[in-house]
Design a binder for this molecule. Structure first.
Ligand code: HEC
Length: 304
């Protein structure tokens, strides 16, 4: 009765765990990320452990049964060499001579008592050596005679293929991909209010809620450390400022769409007067398309 119960519990555990793991692999995006889904790993380890334990129990039980049979036949189980097969295998693969047989292979020179054995090369080593020779021949013919792709060529081909796929993807889904090359300034109220929310949450601490600046530069003036205009601002937010300045690369935390919105929102600060404007930093930036003829001096005057 107890035995049946054990087997049943075992089968149910295996079935349920296996089912749970398959389900998890189907459902989770990264089922084997230990950090995101530790339960999957716990289940896998538990499953393997339980199966191993069960096998171990089986082996022990079988061994006991065999010993009983041996005893019945009048043989002491302790005298049977269980490792005979293993010893034979080792002997076949090493061709090592036992110490008692060393007389057969000892060479007749003797240097101050140092003698030498004429051991044969161990077959495991010899076969590996032959394998490297075959590998070398195949390699030579494949890469130097038939001219197969080198690693560098393979890499370049894979990169070209990826670029082609990316271009095709960009061409078919225009709004899905926003990068520094395709980004445009948004103007709709909903986009700008999303931009404002992102700004107040992530950026206002350093740039002030009205863009007047603080730890970070003033965003309301026409002077930019890293370039003005939607493309430069998008790039700055995505990749961060100069090293050590405190402006991190937001591309790691914000989605390109949100970066586009917050960049569009920032550009709306242009020309406004913040409560506590920080001194202008960087260089005067003018849109390439603008026909304004304002000189640097005039611009400086208008800021002061
Ligand atoms: C920890 C403070 C800090 C936070 C938070 C921060 N910034 Fe900055 N930001 C800076 C600093 C410092 C610089 C100047 C970087 C430099 O000089 O290289 C900067 C520069 C910039 C610039 C370029 C200004 C210029 O003159 O070229 C933009 C645009 C900008 N930040 C936008 C943002 C946006 C958008 C966010 C929120 C997503 C943000 N920042 C969050 C500190 C911060």
């Amino acid at each position: 009765m107890k035995k049946y119960f054990q087997s049943l519990a075992y089968l149910v555990f295996i079935a349920v765990t296996f089912w749970a793991i398959t389900k998890a692999i189907q459902v989770y995006e990264k089922p084997f990320s230990l950090y995101e889904n530790p339960l999957v790993w716990i289940a896998v380890v538990a499953l393997v452990l339980v199966i191993l334990m069960k096998e171990l129990l089986n082996i022990v039980a079988q061994k006991k049964a065999e010993d009983l049979i041996l005893e019945k036949e009048g043989i002491n189980p302790a005298e049977v060499d269980n490792w005979a097969w293993y010893k034979k295998l080792i002997k076949r693969w090493t061709k090592a001579k036992a110490i008692e047989e060393e007389d057969e292979i000892i060479l007749d020179h003797n240097y101050d008592g140092i003698k030498e054995l004429d051991n044969s090369l161990p077959p495991w080593w010899v076969y590996m050596f032959y394998a490297t020779m075959i590998f070398g021949a195949v390699y030579l013919v494949r890469y130097h005679v038939l001219g197969a792709d080198s690693q560098e060529m393979e890499y370049n081909k894979a990169m070209a293929e990826a670029r082609r796929e990316l271009d095709a993807f960009k061409a078919t889904s225009k709004d899905a991909v926003i990068d520094a090359a395709t980004v445009t300034a948004l103007t709709s109220d909903s986009d700008l209010s999303r931009g404002k929310a992102v700004f107040n949450l992530n950026c206002a601490a350093c740039h002030a809620p009205d863009g007047g600046g603080g730890i970070g530069p003033n965003l309301t003036d026409k002077y930019w450390v890293l370039g003005g205009g939607i493309k430069n601002v998008f790039t700055t937010i995505t990749n961060g400022g100069r090293p050590g300045k405190g402006m991190v690369a937001w591309g790691k935390t914000l989605k390109p769409k949100d970066i586009q919105k917050v960049a569009s929102y920032i550009l709306k600060f242009q020309g406004t007067t913040p409560a506590k404007p920080k001194k202008a930093e960087g260089e005067l930036y003018e849109e390439e398309t603008s026909t304004e003829t304002e000189t640097v001096e005039q611009a400086k005057d208008s800021i002061q």
